[in-house]
Design a protein around this ligand. Structure first.
Ligand code: 5GP
Length: 120
């Protein structure tokens, strides 16, 4: 099974306002902010406000309203950042083999340049 949620993780601290972030979007269910170590001209992290470790945990336990709100927010953020036309990449690391570093579910949104092969 999955490990329990660790509320000392860095994104939990950002959600509690204990650590600053460069916010790009926020609503009832979602927070989005710039990655501290960007891998593309646009590198935004989109996270649910609920305590979910990963996609596995979020998809299993989140309410339909949280899931719908999250999915719609990701699309809206990409559009609001101006990358609906030139395109973008969404990526979620889940667990050990993915190299997931922060155990609070997040989607990476990359844009602003040709992004190259998927697993480079
Ligand atoms: P993961 O490997 O878990 O999918 O990605 C974690 C991401 O969080 C990395 O891209 C890393 O640069 C970013 N990150 C780690 N700590 C912080 C932080 O304190 N603030 C921000 N904005 N991003 C962070």
């Amino acid at each position: 099974g999955l490990p329990p949620y660790d509320d000392t993780n860095i994104f939990a601290r950002i959600l509690r306002g204990e650590i600053p972030c460069r916010r790009v979007f926020e609503d009832e269910h979602v927070l989005a902010f710039h990655d501290i170590n960007p891998q593309a001209p646009v590198h935004v992290l989109v996270i649910p406000k609920g305590a979910y470790c990963s996609w596995a945990d979020f998809s299993a336990r989140a309410t339909d309203a949280e899931i719908a709100g999250f999915v719609r927010a990701v699309g809206r953020i990409a559009r609001d950042l101006g990358h609906e036309t030139d395109g973008y990449r969404l990526l979620a690391n889940v667990g050990v083999n993915s190299g997931q570093e922060v155990p609070h579910f997040h989607i990476h949104l990359f844009a602003g340049r040709p992004l190259g092969p998927m697993l480079a």
